[in-house]
Design a protein around this ligand. Structure first.
Ligand code: F6R
Length: 607
């Protein structure tokens, strides 16, 4: 996660950009840089490390340009050196970028074959070179950017300026946030409204796939097809910036939408993008020495643990026990000497999880915490923490923290597999590459949100809803049911699909929607058989799958939603999103208090 800012100003913009970058430093501070137009020429100032270093560089070499872009970097591709610091520039184009360009290797190879030389190890430089190549071929900056956007895979936000173009800046977003700020004869771009707060309170948040052509007096927004579109202008309260809902009605909606970005950030922390392998921080044990892992957590976090069991057992051949903390803490479970206990908690304060952690520590276990709040009690008491980088989660129903927990656990399972010699380097690269695709796939799912909204409406007349999944999708069925009941108050249960006939099938009739999570993995056919059992009893099947055909592969379906087809390793992260959105929109239709559902609390510090 990096921070970007852009200003078409009426006075020298470098000091203003420093101010904005300071507000964005929470997004990363491996290096920082700005580029401005000095007499029409692009000039950059960059420095590794924190913003103060850039401030020093600017002190020695001030810039006076009134058109500029700035960046504070959180390194993914390439070490945090000055060379790798943004803005990147070539051929009269300068770019700042937040996110991941997944296909940068292919693009770089193509450009190198075409004679283009690269200075950095970053993925961003391909964007610069592609735009400049399009311009060399005669395209205007706007058309060159649009053509380049078609070539990029990944989730990203961009800010772009051009030499000789004092009154032009282009921004684009896909998966990572970007806001336009309107001034009086000035225009701004920023990763969030916090960055823009000193300049304006008049803001437009770009929608997924949007790109914008800015001058000092205009903002022409286009959607991903290139069509001109209007997006609402909002007046934000300066005091509310830090807890701003952006374009969203609820924090939960905002947090669902943030998932491409925060998962990208979390991946950047645990993956060496250049080597395409996982890089965990040093841990005080080796996975090779473990005979068992014990995972404890509550609620949604425990479902992340349950999904991890499949990864650890299948990929790292490491047995895992998962238990809810409120049971585990009193169970007096015998634990193997020198075993590993993993606790998962967004807040890091959940009383039962903390007690489970203390029990495990007392039994001589190594303890690792997967926490979102890094100065929480659980974080402080663990031997080591593997943080999720989800940012503050305000909605009571956990969404982005859950998918970030899954992301960390997936990386951890791969690290364990490598240490235990249960995967080859090629297999690791393949799975890492699948993980890097998660933000892009989730951005694709979010684009089809209106379909889930339509389906959700049909759930609101139900008294009971069942969720079915098999294998690693079973925890997602549990999570889907929990999300629906906690925010819409519709009764819902998640079941392992194969368990249906051992009792729950008695509930099925034409009034019971059954949400089936069935990607085309090795268990797909088995799940289809269970769907047929439901259909035969008049149950209304809502199928979440990655390939839709007319008849739901045999069983008659009531509704279908398509999730991008991907390596089955990453399916839990992908299928989590439609179940979140179904619950969210059902709750919107029901008119409940979505961010603060009745009887619940964000941090459960009582037993
Ligand atoms: C459900 C939800 C809860 C939490 C649980 C654990 O949407 O948010 O089930 O997952 O209370 O909380 P943490 O992760 O803070 O320990």
């Amino acid at each position: 996660m990096c921070g970007i800012v852009g200003i078409l100003g009426s006075q020298p913009v470098a000091p203003l950009m420093l101010d904005a970058l300071r507000r964005l430093e929470y997004r990363g501070y491996d290096s920082a840089g700005v580029a401005t137009l000095e007499d029409g020429e692009l000039v950059r100032r960059r420095a590794p490390g924190k913003l103060n270093n850039l401030q020093g560089v600017l002190g020695n070499g001030p810039l006076s340009g009134t058109t500029g872009i700035g960046h504070t970097r959180w390194a993914t591709h390439g070490a945090p050196t000055e060379t790798n610091a943004h803005p990147h520039s070539a051929g009269g184009v300068a770019v700042v970028h937040n996110g991941i360009i997944e296909n940068f290797r292919d693009l770089r190879e193509e450009l190198e074959t075409d004679g283009y030389r690269f200075e950095t190890q970053t993925d961003t430089e391909v964007v610069v070179q592609l735009i400049s190549r399009e311009m060399k071929e005669g395209k205007a900056p706007k058309d060159a950017v649009f053509a380049t956007l078609q070539r990029l895979d990944g989730a990203f936000a961009l800010g772009i300026i051009f030499s000789g173009q004092q009154d032009l800046m282009i921004g684009a977003r896909r998966g990572s946030p970007l806001a336009i700020g309107y001034g009086d004869g000035e225009m701004f771009l920023g990763s969030d409204a916090v960055a823009l707060a000193p300049f304006t309170n008049k803001v437009t948040f770009l929608d997924e796939g949007d790109w914008v052509v800015l001058t000092r007096n205009s903002a022409q927004i286009h959607d991903e097809t290139g069509a001109a579109v209007e997006r609402p202008i909002r007046f934000t309260q300066a005091s509310a910036y830090l807890a701003d809902k952006g374009n969203h009605r609820h924090f939960m909606a905002k947090e669902i939408a943030e998932q491409p970005e925060v998962i990208g950030h979390t991946l950047g922390e645990y993956i060496d993008m250049a080597e395409q392998r996982v890089k965990l921080p040093e841990l005080p044990f080796s996975f090779a020495d473990l005979t068992r892992v014990t995972i404890t957590a509550c609620g949604t976090a425990s479902y992340a643990g349950l999904a991890a069991k499949y990864w650890f057992e299948q990929i790292a051949r490491l047995p895992v026990e998962v238990d809810i903390a409120s049971e585990f803490r009193y169970r007096e479970a015998p634990l193997p000497d020198g075993g590993l206990s993993v606790v998962i908690s967004q807040s890091g304060e959940t009383a039962d999880t903390l007690a489970a952690l203390r029990y495990c520590a007392g039994q001589g276990q190594h303890t690792v915490g997967i926490v979102n709040v890094q100065d929480s009690s659980i974080a402080r008491e663990c031997d080591a923490i593997l943080p999720t980088y989800a940012g503050p989660e305000i909605g009571v129903a956990s969404t982005k923290a859950f998918t970030c927990q899954l992301t960390v656990l997936a990386c951890m399972a791969l690290a364990a597999a490598r240490q235990r010699n249960t995967i080859t380097p090629e297999q690791e690269r393949e799975l890492v590459s699948a993980l890097v695709g998660v933000p892009r796939h989730i951005a694709d799912i979010l684009r089809n949100e209106s379909e889930l909204e339509r389906i959700a409406k049909k759930l609101t007349s139900a008294r009971d809803v069942l969720y079915l999944g098999r294998g690693i999708n079973y925890p997602i069925a549990l999570e889907g049911a929990l999300k629906l009941k906690e925010i819409s108050y519709i009764h819902a249960e998640g079941y392992a699909a194969g368990e249906l006939k051992h009792g729950p099938i008695a509930l099925i009739d034409e009034d019971v929607p059954v949400i089936v999570i069935a990607p085309h993995d090795t268990l797909y056919e088995k799940t289809v058989s269970n769907m047929e059992e439901v259909a035969a009893r008049g149950g209304k099947i809502v199928l979440l799958t990655d390939e839709i055909n007319g008849n739901g592969n045999g069983a008659e379906t009531f509704e279908q939603f398509r999730v991008p087809r991907a390596n089955s390793f990453i399916n839990p992260m992908l299928y989590a999103v439609p179940v979140q959105l179904l619950a969210y929109h059902a709750a919107v239709f029901m008119g409940t208090d979505i961010d603060q559902p009745r009887n619940l609390a964000k941090s459960v510090t009582v037993e």
